[in-house]
Ligand binder design. Structure first.
Ligand code: ADP
Ligand code: MG
Length: 214
């Protein structure tokens, strides 16, 4: 546990990525089941393939700066994950890397700014707005919760726990929505009543941060 003023170490950022790689394997069948309801049943496989390719980067101790770590992971996701989620998660990590800079440890505020830049990259790339039933529906409210908690002086551990709670609520709130972006939008009204797969994997990425960072 550390206060919001203490830094997030490169080792913690590595652990976050490794934890996400583990969690997507644990949830592969679930993510696939969600994507089979409103997509093409490949989101679990896509995320597992991408994070299996990215995990060695997270374990590589010669990667000595947060910027390098996230940039390499982003490039790996773009090149290994087919489908919409590859470029979207890839852009997220590329923007996060560009924002955190060439340092090993980053402040909680820099992490929040970097995550926001990553989410803005998803929006720029996919052109989804809040309520389109995509991963954007999780990222924006979750980041608002993180910013609010840090602004209130909460330690990063608590702020990330609040971010995770907001992400889980936002993920659940995608179920009643009709998809307006991505493959699920082809289903029209039939997309209603199902959780969005990418919103679900994004909530897993945020929860992984709360367990490893802070
Ligand atoms: P594909 O849809 O190409 O099969 P995946 O199944 O891996 O790719 O990922 C689907 C997820 O990608 C969706 O559940 C949604 O969250 C996200 N997604 C799709 N299109 C967009 C978009 N334009 N903007 C943001 N997220 C999107
Ligand atoms: Mg799919």
């Amino acid at each position: 546990m550390s206060g919001s003023g203490s830094s997030v170490t490169l080792a913690q950022l590595r652990a976050w990525l490794q934890e996400f790689a583990r969690v997507v394997v644990e949830n592969e069948a679930y993510l696939t089941e969600l994507d089979s309801a409103i997509g093409d049943a490949d989101h679990g496989a896509n995320m597992c393939r991408g994070m299996a390719a990215a995990a060695p980067i997270a374990a590589d101790e010669t990667v000595a700066a947060a910027k390098d770590l996230f940039t390499k992971v982003g490039m790996k996701l773009v090149s290994t994950v087919g489908g919409a989620s590859g470029p979207l998660y890839g852009t997220f990590f590329l923007r996060l890397g560009a924002a955190v800079g060439d340092v090993a440890d980053i402040s909680p505020a820099a992490l929040a700014v970097g995550l926001r830049a990553g989410a803005e990259g998803i929006v720029a790339r996919g052109k989804a707005v809040l309520g389109d039933k995509t991963m954007v529906d999780v990222w924006l409210p979750a980041l608002d919760a993180l910013d609010a908690a840090l602004a209130a002086g909460q330690p990063l551990t608590h702020a990330l726990a609040e971010m995770t709670a907001a992400a889980d609520t936002a993920r659940d709130a995608t179920a009643p929505l009709q998809a307006r972006k991505g493959r699920a939008s082809y289903l029209g009204e039939r997309s209603v009543g199902h959780l969005d797969p990418g919103a679900t994997s994004s909530a897993l990425l945020i929860a992984a941060a709360a367990r490893t960072v802070g």
